[in-house]
Design a protein around this ligand. Structure first.
Ligand code: NAD
Length: 246
């Protein structure tokens, strides 16, 4: 399905990004894994990608750092030749109630979640535009559409990603490049592991399908949009949230 295509997945060392890297590799894509700090975890994902018969590369890069993303993307193009699929998945939370939220926590969350996606897209634009099957898939969150107390920074960044996606979709459409957003609901990963049981129970009460999502649930949606099955879809927000926001 994705044979001879190359995907770049940011935050591919664990959680949702890891599941995306493996799902794309499972369907034939070669994968460049961009990660922040866990070199061994990224190397392990690369080994798993290779075991599926695809090529894998790993790059340590802070997506919020313009210079690092620029040199990393240049190296990716040297190593991989072309890039067909970019999945902007790297993300962080720094939750706090508005009255206690620091400027630094606001800026960091914006820089990783929103500016990081801009930087990676900007630096890979030329190679993406030269691919006949180019796809950009940005990972937002259902809370960008609902708001969430304690997450003014995160929801602002993830909502910004939706506007960014729609603009890129319009700008690149004439070149056959699609750009879409996936808005996950509550998915079991390191990011949600620290939630107290009471908060988890409350969240589960909001999910009509009555279960938390798995990283694979998001990876399946990415595969759909990245493959030829998704070729006529652009500028859309695909909610993968068990019905949280019907
Ligand atoms: P996670 O914390 O398990 O993984 C985050 C990944 O992002 C890691 O690989 C980490 O290395 C990478 N990362 C963090 N900061 C980075 C930086 N500055 N530069 C490069 N990489 C960086 O989180 P996850 O749950 O797998 O989340 C993946 C994406 O899905 C995030 O964008 C998150 O906001 C979004 N999301 C998650 C949920 C959920 O319930 N887990 C819900 C909605 C949206």
């Amino acid at each position: 399905m994705l044979k001879n295509r190359t995907a770049v997945v940011t935050g591919g060392s664990r959680g949702i990004g890891r599941a995306i890297a493996l799902e794309l590799a499972c369907h034939g894509a070669n994968v460049a894994i961009v990660y922040a700090g866990q070199a061994e975890a990224a190397a392990q994902v690369a080994r798993e990608v290779e075991a599926l018969g695809s090529k894998a590369w790993t790059y340590q890069c802070d997506v919020s750092d313009w210079t690092q993303t620029q040199s990393t993307c240049e190296q990716i193009i040297v190593d991989c030749g072309t890039v067909d699929i970019l999945v902007n998945n790297a993300g962080i939370v720094k939750d706090n109630l508005m009255l206690r939220m620091s400027e630094e926590d606001f800026d960091q969350v914006m820089d990783v979640n929103l500016k990081g996606s801009f930087a990676m897209t900007r630096h890979l634009t030329r190679t993406l535009l030269s691919s006949p099957h180019a796809r950009i898939i940005n990972i937002s969150s259902v809370v960008a559409l609902m708001g969430n107390p304690g997450q003014a920074n995160y929801t602002a960044a993830k909502a910004g990603l939706i506007g960014f996606t729609k603009s890129i979709a319009r700008e690149y459409a004439s070149r056959g490049v699609t750009c879409n957003v996936i808005a996950p609901g509550f998915i079991t990963t390191d990011m949600t592991a620290k939630l107290p049981q009471a908060a988890m129970d409350k969240l589960l009460g909001l999910v009509p399908l009555k279960r938390v999502g798995e990283p694979k649930d998001i990876a399946h949606a990415v595969l759909f949009l990245a493959s030829d099955m998704g070729r006529y879809i652009t500028g859309q927000v695909l909610q993968v949230d068990g019905g949280m926001r019907i």
